[in-house]
Design a protein around this ligand. Structure first.
Ligand code: FEO
Length: 168
């Protein structure tokens, strides 16, 4: 049985992951409209992934005798100035999500909820992956700079960064 404190903290993460999904969906739509097909495909996949992160938490909370709370979500930013701004925003957001996961891990340790602590290890590993991918992509964009041809090739290449489906 989950303590009220852990249930509340996990529900906060449910919302954060769902908001991540919305943020990436908005980025995908922006990229699609601007003609960046590859970036759009990548961000649609990213959005789907975040939804599975949220869902996995919903199921865990309910399985452990809590009640996963489906809340209102903060509206995502819908306009961007550049592809680079999109990926800078993504990296910043993923670092923020990692901090939230780390805080959750700390709460579970403090309250000796080892089952939830164990459950969260999947998220810890996932965040390492996501931050690393975002950094690699940003490095590439920094190399390309303002070069239009480079950006075109980048857009063709980015789909290879789509993570294989690991979330259940
Ligand atoms: Fe599920 Fe990218 O945090």
């Amino acid at each position: 049985m989950l303590s009220k404190e852990i249930e509340k903290a996990l529900n906060n993460q449910v919302r954060l992951e769902a908001e991540s999904s919305q943020i990436y969906l908005a980025m995908a739509s922006w990229a699609e409209v601007k003609g960046f097909e590859g970036v759009a495909t990548f961000m649609y996949a990213q959005s789907d992934e975040e939804r599975t992160h949220s869902l996995k938490l919903v199921k865990y909370i309910n399985e452990r005798g809590g009640h996963a709370f489906i809340s209102d979500l903060k509206g995502p930013k819908t306009e961007y100035d550049s592809i680079k701004e999109i990926f800078e925003t993504q990296l910043k957001h993923e670092i923020f999500v990692s901090e939230s996961i780390n805080e959750l891990v700390k709460i579970t340790l403090d309250s000796k909820d080892y089952a939830t602590h164990n459950f969260l290890q999947w998220y810890v590993a996932e965040q390492i992956e996501e931050e690393s991918t975002a950094r690699t992509i940003l490095d590439k964009l920094n190399l390309i700079g303002e070069d239009k041809g480079g950006l075109y090739l980048f857009d063709n290449d980015i789909v290879r960064f789509i993570a294989p489906k690991t979330a259940k």
